[in-house]
Design a binder for this molecule. Structure first.
Ligand code: NAD
Length: 477
């Protein structure tokens, strides 16, 4: 049993409180670790130390900060196997996927090391002789990072990389379900000689520590990834302090499969994006709209590929998908299936719990669904997707837009015209055409509508931690 400590005020500590949270291995349902439940004093100390470290850190050149981030990236890389095993044990994803995520986390640190060196201002000609305007970017202050359990390292690394490269210090509130792998990631990062207090990481329940962090007046920037419901609370708690906020929230991702597409690629894309990480991805496919003339063919291909996925305990056996991370996830998936079946949908495959122990659930497909069903309206955040036919593209686009969310959409078509119409008309922050992944490191990623605002990835993810200053210079006094 691991007795994890957190990083408060530059020290690894159990904190000032006596309570702990427990970490469960979702493949076995065994408690594998405890971590401290931070209390008000811990959060205050973390913010104070981050605030004290901010001046010197922000005054370093981007090259000096970049050098530390590159070194940190290497230390993470060297320990990728150990960190990945912890992630599989607390989150459930197969080991190879976990290792891929750790290495991506290392890449994000390196990417922002370089992006930080490219922050440039502007010089604007003045309206009078010998006058000009300089526009410069400066780090905003202490950042609070709150991240979820589905990608415990990647979603933290976007915040760490952007904040540190920009010259901000940071207090992270780690996901309660999966604090172990992000803490080991941070521990490895800090083998590089970062000054004390630049990075802090608290563990505990979000509802208890989140508000303490958000209401602290020394926090100037809030970066949140999580559900829309909690995102609204985060915004409400950040508003009185007029903090700069970015919210990466939930989604209900539509995929349009037009009859002129490469069906094999569309089927492979649908399986990957619906069931990878057991559908516990903000950009997991929830709803698939297939042009009627290829509806049956697509469904049989999709079913065959879904049934071929090997489910297992990724720490012990080779598999494509592991357990879900939480029992709550299974309950939501079952509720959405029952609701759809009651309202007339048919289960194409899946729908059952395949093992007696562990939070396992079969990849599940529903056909002949409609927008009165929960699976098409709410985010399942599980291995479930609803499929329905459409006749004309206008109808598919209208269905794709019939949601409060606007995170991402996927389109498969070989027609440039169809691709352009979907890219232009679907109301979402990210559109993938003929590929299943709407995110890439060096392009902005952010949601529309109830999926939030602000960006991570790309230079935009760095500018979230900077503020603009206009300096009007008169060179001839
Ligand atoms: P969640 O909203 O329950 O929790 C997210 C984080 O917020 C956790 O660290 C949690 O402890 C903390 N938290 C909980 N209550 C809080 C409060 N009152 N104040 C401050 N912090 C609080 O989400 P989850 O179940 O951990 O993650 C799943 C959700 O995250 C899904 O909706 C998914 O779509 C979303 N997500 C979005 C993106 C994106 O980039 N848009 C990426 C991954 C996950």
């Amino acid at each position: 049993m691991i007795e994890q400590k957190m990083l408060i005020g530059g020290e690894w500590t159990k904190g000032a409180g006596s309570e702990t949270i427990t970490v469960i291995n979702p493949a076995t349902e065994e408690v594998i670790a405890t971590a401290p439940a931070a209390v008000e004093q811990d959060i205050e100390e973390a913010v104070n130390v981050a605030d004290a470290a901010f001046g010197d850190w922000s005054r370093l050149t981007p090259y000096a900060r970049g050098a530390l981030l590159r070194e940190a990236s290497e230390y993470v890389r060297q320990s990728a196997d150990r960190i990945a095993m912890l992630m599989t044990m607390e989150q459930g994803k197969p080991l190879a996927e976990a290792k891929g995520e750790v290495l991506k986390g290392a890449d994000i640190l390196r990417y922002y090391a370089e992006e930080g060196e490219r922050v440039c201002g502007r010089i604007i000609p003045g309206d009078k002789a010998n006058v000009e305007s300089r526009v410069i970017y400066q780090p905003i202050g202490v950042a609070a990072a709150i991240s979820p359990w589905n990608y415990p390292i990647e979603l933290l690394a976007w915040k760490l990389g952007g904040a540190l490269a920009a010259g901000c210090t940071i207090v992270c509130k780690l996901p309660s379900e999966t604090p172990l792998s992000p803490l080991m990631f941070i521990e490895c990062m800090l083998k590089a000689p970062f000054p004390r207090g630049v990075v802090n990481a608290a563990t505990g329940k979000g509802a208890a520590i989140g508000p303490l962090l958000l209401k602290n007046p020394k926090i100037k920037k809030v970066a949140f990834t999580g559900s829309t419901a909690v995102g609204r609370e985060v915004l409400a708690n950040s508003m009185p302090g007029l903090k700069k906020v970015s919210l990466e929230l939930g989604g209900s991702l539509p995929m349009i499969v037009h009859s002129d597409c490469d069906l094999e690629k569309a089927g492979a894309g649908a399986v990957r994006r619906s069931f990878r990480n057991m559908g516990q991805i903000c950009i997991a496919v929830n709803r698939i709209y297939v042009q009627r003339r290829i509806y049956e063919e697509f469904l049989s291909l999709f079913k065959a590929k879904a049934e071929a996925l090997i489910i297992g305990d990724g720490a012990k056996e080779a598999c494509d998908v592991g357990p879900m991370c939480t029992l709550k996830g299974i309950e939501t998936t079952q509720r959405h299936i029952e609701d759809a079946l009651e309202k007339g949908a048919t289960l194409v495959c899946g729908g059952s719990v395949p093992r007696k122990r562990g939070y396992f659930f079969e990849p599940s497909i529903l056909r002949d669904v409609n927008h009165g069903m929960l699976v098409m309206r709410e985010e399942t955040f599980g291995p479930l997707v609803g499929v329905m036919p459409y006749d004309e593209l206008d109808e598919a686009i209208a269905l794709a837009n019939d949601t409060d969310y606007g995170l991402a959409a996927i389109v498969y078509t070989n027609s440039l015209y169809t691709a352009k119409r979907c890219a232009d008309e679907i109301q979402a922050g990210n559109i993938a055409v003929n590929n299943p992944d709407a995110g890439v490191m060096n392009a902005p990623y952010g949601g529309w509508k109830d999926s939030g605002f602000g960006h991570e990835h790309g230079p935009e993810g760095l500018y979230e931690y900077l503020r603009i200053k206009h300096v009007k210079m008169c060179y001839k006094p």
